[in-house]
Design a protein around this ligand. Sequence first.
Ligand code: GLC
Length: 609
Amino acid sequence: MANELLPLYRDASQPVELRVRDLLSRMTLTEKAAQMTQIERRVVSPAVLSGLPVGSVLSAGGSSPSERASPREWADMVDQMQRLALASRLGIPILYGIDAVHGHNSIYGATIFPHNIALGATRDGDLARRIGEVTALEVRATGIHWTFAPCVAVLRDPRWGRCYECYSEDTEIVRTMTSIVAGLQGSAPQDHPPGHPFLAGRNNVIACAKHFVGDGGTDKGKNEGNTICTFEQLDAIHMKPYLDCLAQGVSTIMASYSSWNGEPLHSNWYLITEILKGKLGFKGFVVSDWEGIDRLCQPHGSDYRYCILASINAGIDMIMVPFRYEKFLEDLIFLVESGRIPMSRIDDAVACILRVKFVAGLFEQPFSDRSLLDVVGCKEHRLLAREAVRKSLVLLKNGNDMKKPFLPLDKNARKILVAGSHADDIGFQCGGWTMTWHGGSGRITIGTTILEAIIEAVGNETEVTYEKFPTEATFSDQEYSYAIVAVGEDAYAEFLGDRTQLNIPFDGASIISLVARRVPTVVIVISGRPLTIELELLDKVEALVAAWLPGTEGGGVADVLFGNYNFEGLLPITWFKSLDQLPMNAGDDTYDPLFPLGYGLKMNLEKKN
Ligand code: GLC
């Protein structure tokens, strides 16, 4: 029974589709175009939001209301924007979006989980779901409704700068890890129709499966490059994880910057409309990537009307503009009024956006839940992250003689050396998408470094010497029982991480060689991908551990090194011998890796001292 006092779309007892239809019928073209517009936080002002009911606001990586803003400050900012949006003629709430891709990574003090490549090494879908649940709580604590995660790219070439954002090169492993969607959004009921958006409640966030489709398969791993394959290959390798996301009710999907056989995804009607919306029945909304439509012409954005025409008519519903929204609106309205974009396409796009907002309960509960503020970075969440670190570590070598394994380490050794560029660096442990878009080094947020964890773990009689960059002097008249050397990559994101060489940065190989010549050594590699390790270097070390990008909880590394837990991780990606083998994936006719997909050793803990 409709509530006579309320316009139907405001009546939460009404079916979503009736509310969508009612609200759509009340909207002007300008209001519809505004709903299809996503702008960045820095161009938002009271004038913009009250005068222009934009569909969404986002924070780019690290775009924070202030330096190290508190969760309360974030929630105040988002709620203030929401108040302005609700004051508009029809009072349509905004969706606020952010990249919370390994925890709420733009927030100082938030729990930072291992990046996806590490989680892929666990193959633990339930762990992914639990991480999604916790991430959703920390995101909602700051008033934010939507995360641009998970990235479900199937990684086929580690030279890609976004390797660490991928769970695996193996489609089935990626499919397993999509259960993070159920963690982020809440678990949809068994009878939930695949493709329809879902959100359980205020402790959950809208997820965004990205980047549709084939982003991990570009030629030579070039960021925003071209994936050359048949539709059958695209479907079998890259499309399948989206089926799992749709089955869980993923509410949004982001288009990929990349192309398929030369056709940009952002203007690909066949894949977005015919396949994703038609054949697969996706009823949430498709959002562009950041200035993704601008890339449809060269120089980027030069023929902006063409960019808008091609992307909207291809089936993209919301455009992450994110700055020049006036130009976007003016051109979009011109294209509709001139008949080049049919009003039916606009109505379809806005219906998808409104559907997600109604399903998310935004009209009923548009503001943040302040009771969540204290969960950001709380101990319980950090313990989950520490569990994820433990489960993600992959043991690649343990002793030069099977009968004399090197690990676990003796926590009561007399004197140990900890060395390397990555032994005491939270920023390097976290990698890209942490505090800023590309991340950084040093004390960028609250956490435990590997060095700190080792010092905490060893006995009171054990002396720990730390040398970031050891020299000959490090060893003069010193007798170390063993050495732990942590080396790896700097922090990077997207194209900044594209590589044609994958040697260990910061002179890592020399550090390993210098130390391993003098002291029995275990090497911890902190990286977003496999790195080049020469066989002769491998022979010099006693043990080798791939720790990926573990995040803030370095304690997980010490937990396993000293045998409190065993290794569980298995390589989610092929570890090449040399770059000229790439691309090289399990199942290829020629497959001669240093360590194959699925490789990982365990320790014999019975002998633990
Ligand atoms: C970036 C990325 C995408 C991210 C978006 C918003 O360029 O490609 O993964 O969600 O912009 O930050």
